[in-house]
Design a protein around this ligand. Sequence first.
Ligand SMILES: CC1(C)Nc2nc(N)[nH]c(=O)c2N=C1O
Length: 160
Amino acid sequence: MTRACIGLGSNLQDPAAQLQAAVDALARLPDSTLTAGSALYRSAAVGPGIQPDYLNAVAVLETALTPEALLDALQAIEQARGRRRTLRWGPRTLDLDILLYGDRQIRLPRLQVPHPAMARRHFVLYPLADVCDPRQPLPCGRTLEQLLAECPRQELERSD
Ligand SMILES: CC1(C)Nc2nc(N)[nH]c(=O)c2N=C1O
């Protein structure tokens, strides 16, 4: 089994309900066990254009699924929640990203792990720190603590 950290994000169609439904779907994935979930964090959309605030979280799975099979399963959950891949940086009902897959570094056309943008995304690092040991070295050789210290400060609030 491999410990995979999944980033969740939503800013359309009742984001809190979208994230809860996504966690419920992750808990039902085959050959996998949901072992932890972060708090929900609200933040302004990062990127071009004006769009609603996002809710973000991180979930941890112990899984026997291969990285590609896990990606397929996550994309099926996104589709089931009405994800339509239109604008690259546009609003979305649900975004599920594989942030970490054990200590593996994966470079495939459809999958890069660790997620290439996570080091500069406060909305990923903060929930990840809820479920990961911040002192544990990541595959990039840095610790979460170091990434958090260097990440640009942006407004982020727990949405309990
Ligand atoms: C459009 C972009 C980059 N901005 C985001 N901004 C925030 N705050 N949270 C996200 O999950 C998020 N996802 C994205 O894909």
